[in-house]
Design a protein around this ligand. Structure first.
Ligand SMILES: [Zn+2]
Ligand SMILES: [Zn+2]
Length: 120
């Protein structure tokens, strides 16, 4: 299977620091050459995570938070479902597609950076 984890540059003086995430297959920052570290895949979170395998993609905080969100959505969906039938799945789908979009954007940028590096 493909490694869905994200990496980021730990170099605080690199301009990608807390700005860009890279694919797990990349080992070094294309900008400054620093060794990349595994970080939380949440687009708004850059917390480093331990290398516990490809399934461990988010930091403890985001995992906990995500559980909260899931509960919230489920409760809201149930409540809303009583009023307007079928709005629950729509909310869930909207959240999912938003996350996918974020990840794709980051991945594209990372690929672009690698290509620029090769050209030079
Ligand atoms: Zn860097
Ligand atoms: Zn996180």
């Amino acid at each position: 299977m493909t490694d869905k984890r994200k990496k980021a540059c730990p170099n605080t003086s690199c301009h990608t620091y807390k700005q860009k995430k890279y694919d797990a297959s990349l080992n070094f920052c294309p900008i400054c050459g620093e060794k990349l570290i595994y970080v939380c895949k949440n687009p708004k979170c850059f917390k480093p995570i331990e290398d516990k395998g490809p399934y461990h993609t988010m930091c403890e905080e985001c995992i906990a938070h995500r559980e909260d969100i899931k509960d919230e959505i489920m409760n809201d969906a149930k409540k809303a479902g009583k009023a307007v039938l079928g709005i629950g799945p729509t909310i869930v789908a909207a959240i999912k597609s938003e996350t996918v979009k974020e990840i794709t954007k980051t991945t594209k940028k990372a690929v672009h950076n690698v290509f620029n590096k090769i050209k030079k």
